[in-house]
Design a protein around this ligand. Structure first.
Ligand code: SF4
Ligand code: SF4
Length: 458
């Protein structure tokens, strides 16, 4: 097994005696971007000194700027079924919570998709509980088919990432054939005793089966996998180091590690209270976690959901987050029922702003909101994607695609004021595109968008 508890705990223990000089040595190494060892990451996790913290934030901010530039990718979750046979202590969908469970019919899925498309979304994360009877893999495949086929006059979903329970190679193959984007699965916690305490008597109880899900997904041919930890279940230092080790395991075995890492923090949900969780992560620690992940795996996207407040999201965009959800509803059929307020959510959302509000603020803060879904449609996935990312060549496509998808969004969903603001951002940023041919192409594409063409990307 690649997550060795004794090994991780001994490294963390040793790091406790790291001096200020030891920490400085790792910070200097991080600045040179030479790659960090497990011991180095453990030492960074010890930082408390205010000046060193600031220095670490600066290093992460510089890495983020040089690799991701100003773009921020947007997506929305779509919950299709809250049937669940599991009993995860922290989740509102756990089977001991009694409420009227439901799964969307395909007509309802299409309705939700149309609402999401009207908000401008192009990239979804499909979410559902685990229930082999009520929501088997065939149901997931049907939903995927419906989502890709449902189009508005000016909207379509171009990439669906899928978050379903750990499953077999055979089922992962089916997902791959259904053209999914990233397969997302949160380990929740890498700490086995905590994992077992949090997932009693259910399909999800088997730590090893869950931990090896990405191995099976990659064996099936899925190239992009998205990991995550639910911070607050166990010691965050153990989780961060384990995430890095899991990533390395996949790199060694399949030549490509995590495409993304999600960093949800435990939130209040139906049927649980936060008082029973001694490992909750406060805001300052959370910032530290995101920063260290950014430094440790510069080319892996970091995803933040609306579990976090607008202010926290704004702060973390500076240090590492590259993808955020917007306008999210975390209940089944929730986009339609938004006004009625009678659905059970998987967890509580902290950022309730609509996508256009989120985009306005991103623009005000100097970012380029992006609805780009180009890579997987161009076959830039898995190892090929990582090679491009690591060589820096991905920059030649990310920022231009951010600009064209922003313009498309503005023309289709913005008012005159928003269009003006978006266009100004694009014009201001065109000069930073290094290659003249690409700069010209973006200008040409903006012109074509204004003439009514859509879905332009490189
Ligand atoms: Fe079910 Fe997932 Fe919630 Fe666990 S976390 S109860 S598997 S929906
Ligand atoms: Fe993501 Fe690829 Fe688009 Fe860049 S070009 S934003 S990596 S999909």
């Amino acid at each position: 097994m690649f997550i060795k508890h004794d090994y991780i705990e001994s490294i963390l223990e040793k790091a406790k005696s790291a001096s200020k000089e030891d920490i400085q040595r790792v910070l200097d190494k991080a600045k040179e971007r030479k790659g960090l060892s497990h011991e180095d990451i453990a030492i960074l996790l010890q930082i408390e000194d205010e000046n060193q913290l600031m220095e670490m934030y600066k290093i992460a901010g510089d890495i983020k700027q040089s690799i991701y530039g100003k773009r921020v990718v947007l997506f929305a979750p779509l919950y299709v079924s809250d049937y669940c046979v599991n009993n995860c202590v922290y989740c509102g969908y756990k089977r001991c919570n009694k409420f009227n469970r439901r799964k969307l019919t395909q007509a309802e899925v299409a309705e939700e998709v149309r609402i999401l498309e009207k908000m401008g979304h192009k990239r979804l994360a499909l979410e559902l509980g685990e229930d082999p009877v009520n929501a088997p893999i065939e149901y997931v495949l049907e939903c995927l088919d419906t989502i890709y086929k449902t189009q508005n006059s000016n909207g379509e979903i171009r990439r669906v990432n899928v978050n379903i329970a750990a499953t077999t190679v055979e089922n992962y193959k089916k997902l791959k054939d259904a053209n999914i984007g990233t397969y997302i699965l949160f380990q929740e916690t890498y700490h086995k005793p905590s994992y077992e305490a949090m997932h009693p008597n259910s399909l999800k109880s088997d730590y090893m089966y869950h931990l090896t899900a990405f191995d099976r997904a990659m064996e099936s041919g899925i190239e992009d996998v998205g990991a995550g930890v639910l911070f607050g279940l166990a010691d965050y230092k153990f989780e961060v180091l384990s995430l890095m080790i899991h990533n390395e395991h996949l790199e060694e075995k399949f030549n490509v590690g995590f495409h993304t890492i999600s960093v949800p923090r435990l939130k209040k949900a139906e049927g649980m209270t936060l008082e029973n969780f001694p490992n909750l992560v406060d805001d300052e620690t959370f910032k530290k976690i995101v920063t260290i992940i950014r430094i440790a795996v510069p080319f892996t996207g970091i995803i933040l959901s609306t579990r976090e407040s607008a202010n926290m999201r704004k702060e973390l965009l500076k240090y590492g987050v590259s993808q955020v959800s917007a306008g999210s509803i975390t209940g089944v059929g929730g986009y339609k029922e938004q006004e009625e307020g009678n659905n059970v959510d998987q967890f509580t959302v902290s950022d309730n702003r609509s996508p256009i509000e989120v985009l306005n603020e991103l623009l005000d803060d100097g970012y380029i909101p992006s609805y780009c879904t180009a890579c997987y449609r161009k076959g830039r996935t898995g190892e090929r994607f990582m090679t491009l990312a690591k060589s820096g060549q991905i920059q030649n496509v990310c920022e231009p695609n951010a600009m064209t998808t922003l313009m498309e969004y503005a023309l289709d969903y913005g008012d005159d004021k928003f269009i003006e603001k978006a266009e100004k951002t694009i014009i201001d940023n065109l000069k930073y595109i290094k290659r003249e041919d690409i700069r010209e192409l973006v200008k040409e594409n903006i012109k074509k968008l204004k003439e009514g063409k859509r879905d332009l990307y490189i």
